[in-house]
Design a protein around this ligand. Structure first.
Ligand SMILES: [Zn+2]
Length: 67
């Protein structure tokens, strides 16, 4: 599980490519930015979950290299 101090979410796709969504604190919200496609989103709750969802849906990247 991601900890509260995690500032990025990294997942690998089935080709072994790395995709990273950075999580930046912005006031009450977190700003998510995908390094692969430039997708970004503001999230107040569970930003890491939203980052994981984006990585899975947009990039089929579901492998957690830290798991
Ligand atoms: Zn993306």
């Amino acid at each position: 599980m991601a900890s509260m101090t995690t500032s990025k979410v990294t997942r690998w796709d089935q080709h072994g490519r790395e995709h990273v969504v950075r999580v930046r604190k912005s006031g009450m919200q977190r700003q998510l930015t995908c390094g692969t496609c430039g997708w970004h989103k503001a999230a107040q709750f569970l930003p890491w979950l939203k980052a994981e969802e984006h990585l899975a849906e947009a990039h089929q990247a579901t492998v957690d290299p830290t798991a």
